[in-house]
Design a protein around this ligand. Structure first.
Ligand code: DX5
Ligand code: ZN
Length: 220
């Protein structure tokens, strides 16, 4: 059985109390911390950069999973690795030079991933498998937390899962967008290893219970 990892997304936390928020999910059983970087160009929203990443790095031991929703990821790679990023994903829609970018992330010492938008066909990442540690399957169009999960993404995930199980068993499949305890079992059934969740974790008063619920563990 594959281990299911939960990555709470800081986008949905109370940023005025970021240290408390991070501590609550770290002690609540989170496996990674998801860090959404938006540039106002690739997506219609603007969020955080390496400065906040560095600050968060100092307050947690959790691996930092940086999701670059930016039109030009290249100039941000070194700054984010220096700021403590452990994993960095870039969008297949954003860069025509995906191999170069993934290679740069690995050479900088971080784990590279490719992110794919809901209506981008899986064939777009078909050549990327040998160069990634994970594929981040968007289950909403990126840009905002709190959007509704797109149910058609389950069959897309299943297609990627078949390739993963058959040829690239070490590559993780992450899902991002509208992930809650209701849809988590179907995501896990269809091959998800990493559940990225903003609202369903940070809107819950009991973060440990929310994380357990996502993993399908019984409440304590
Ligand atoms: C969306 C971001 C997600 C977002 C998920 O563009 O990539 O990581 O924070 O938030 P929820 O779980 O609320 O959909
Ligand atoms: Zn994200």
């Amino acid at each position: 059985m594959r281990k299911i990892l939960v990555a709470p997304s800081l986008l949905s936390c109370d940023l005025a109390s970021v240290a408390t928020e991070v501590a609550s999910v770290e002690s609540g059983g989170a496996d990674l911390l998801h860090f959404d970087v938006m540039d106002g160009v690739f997506v219609p929203n603007l969020t955080f950069g390496p400065v906040l990443c560095r600050a968060v790095r100092r307050i947690t031991r959790l691996p930092l999973d940086v999701h670059l929703m930016v039109a030009d990821p290249t100039p941000l790679l070194q700054p984010f690795v220096t700021a403590g990023a452990d994993r960095i994903s870039v969008h297949v829609e954003a860069t025509p030079h995906l191999h170069r970018v993934l290679d740069a992330i690995r050479n900088l010492g971080a784990r590279p991933g490719v992110a794919i938008n809901p209506l981008t066909p899986t064939v777009a990442v078909e050549q990327a498998w040998p160069f990634v540690d994970f594929i981040l399957v968007m289950t909403v169009d990126p840009g905002f937390g709190g959007q509704r999960f797109i149910p058609e993404m389950l069959s897309k995930l299943a297609v990627l899962r078949q390739t993963r199980d058959g040829r690239w068993p070490a590559v993780e499949l992450a899902v991002d967008g509208g992930v809650d305890a209701e849809v988590a079992p179907a995501l896990i059934d269809n091959g998800a290893d990493v559940l990225i969740a903003g609202t369903s974790v940070f809107a819950a008063a009991d973060r440990a219970a929310a994380i357990r619920a996502l993993k399908g563990e019984s409440p304590r």
